[in-house]
Design a protein around this ligand. Structure first.
Ligand code: PGU
Length: 409
């Protein structure tokens, strides 16, 4: 028989979101009349917008014609879309041949982990999107757990808490490591400033490390002074890769479309350009993104598409404002709750001093029939915190807020 890949036995438990779904299902089974509302997983709920639907359906129709049919495409995506990403989203800071269009940021993070392999050191913001850590453990770059802790060996955890304005001490950036950095941040909703990112880039360059910058939520930034991409920072081309996504800006969580930027200047220690191996990997184990989805992405970057993106992200930001408002209520103040995020990000991060986040999760589910995400699921520094997602229909969000307003522990 084939032996189990032992990296998988290094994982402590199931992936966070299925674990939450399991708890929700158990609660629903025991309480069949409860009308549960999810402020848990960051999954978009609002319909695709008209300009994008038009582009998607037109492409489907083209595929039904002899002249318009296409099969496998360029693995790195349609040239037109790569050019549009380079010019519209990066204003020429990167070139189209550095853009690799994919089936989503999560999938690209997995492929990057495969690219760098099991020997690379890893650093993450703590708390962080669980894929950075779990994927590193799967590929063998991290794990097993350090005894008596919830930390994996091989990973440098860089705490990001209210005490440091959710920005890690650049001195913690290890040498020759992959440094995962997400801004706007999942789960805290914090957005790094230009000054902060400049210090991160400086640290990465001096340590020979590479930043994997996840900008999946950049479309939610409303403050014009906040950077939307790591490539707005001088020196980033020599030390950073950016992964991003159409999932949250235009509701493509199910359609699937994302991209990764690998600048030509970025090299391995032997001088090989990272883009060379990435290109090799991409064309070997990926057959390109859906040719239907790509026309939706193209439409999203046209003038009308950009307007619709703005409206859609505004809708979720308004939801976030409602959630913030309720968490500032008297009952939460009495619990000593502190609130962060939700202004340039779709997540609101609440700290409940002295409480365990899974206990808070259970209490909110039991008393309000609202699902949220326990902060501890994002890393040790997420303990005592809860992430509230603003992805939801407005009436459901308002109903959830009304229930939370009555929460007494
Ligand atoms: N990057 C970050 C930081 C994310 O939070 C998510 C989704 C993704 C990437 C995924 O992008 P795709 O382009 O759609 O692949 N995070 C959600 C969904 C959970 C999940 O497992 O992806 C969340 O609730 O955290």
């Amino acid at each position: 028989m084939i032996t189990r890949n032992k990296t998988f036995s290094n994982l402590t438990s199931g992936y966070l979101f299925p674990e939450i779904s399991k708890r929700r299902a158990e609660f629903a089974k025991a309480n069949p009349h409860a009308e549960i509302i999810s402020l848990g997983i960051g999954n978009t709920t609002e319909p695709l917008t008209p300009h994008i639907v038009k582009a998607l359906t037109a492409q489907v129709a083209r595929l039904g014609t002899l002249e318009g049919y296409s099969g496998y495409g360029d693995e790195a995506g349609l040239l037109e879309l790569r050019e549009k990403i380079a010019t519209v989203l990066y204003k020429g800071a990167i070139s189209s041949d550095e853009v690799f269009v994919s089936d989503g940021a999560k999938c690209d993070i997995g492929r990057l982990q495969y690219l760098f392999g099991p020997k690379v050191a890893v650093a993450v913001q703590d708390p962080a999107y669980p894929v950075y850590v779990d994927g590193s453990v799967m590929v063998g770059a991290a794990g097993p757990l350090i005894e008596g802790t919830t930390n994996y060996s091989g990973i440098t955890y860089m705490p990001c808490t209210p005490d440091n304005n959710f920005f890690p001490d650049p001195l913690l950036v290890p040498e020759n490591a992959l440094v995962y950095f997400c801004s706007p941040n999942n789960p805290t909703g914090a957005v790094a400033t230009k000054k902060q990112l400049t210090s991160l880039v400086k640290a990465a360059r001096s340590k020979g490390s590479i930043i994997i910058f996840d900008s999946a939520y950049s479309a939610f930034i409303r403050d014009p002074d906040l950077p939307q991409s790591i490539f707005e920072i001088d020196g980033a081309r020599e030390c950073a890769i950016e992964v991003s996504s159409f999932s949250k800006p235009i509701g493509f969580t199910g359609v699937r479309l994302g991209w990764t930027i690998v600048p030509k200047e970025l090299t391995f220690s032997d001088g090989t350009p990272v883009i060379k191996d990435w290109n090799r990997l991409f064309s070997t184990i990926f057959n390109g993104p859906s040719n239907i989805a790509q026309y939706g992405g193209l439409a999203a970057l046209q003038e009308q598409g950009l307007l619709e993106t703005r409206e859609l992200t505004d809708y979720y930001l308004e939801n976030a404002r409602e959630i913030r408002k309720v968490l500032l209520g008297d009952n939460f103040i009495a619990m000593g709750t502190e609130i962060f995020g939700g202004d340039n990000a779709p997540y609101v991060w609440a700290r409940f001093p002295g409480k365990k986040s899974w206990d808070m999760f259970d209490a909110i589910l039991k008393k309000c029939h609202v699902v949220c995400t326990p902060g501890a699921g994002f890393g040790p520094a997420g303990e005592s915190c809860i992430r509230f997602s603003s992805f939801g229909h407005r009436e459901q969000i308002l109903e959830a807020c009304e229930r939370l307003a009555g929460l007494q522990l």
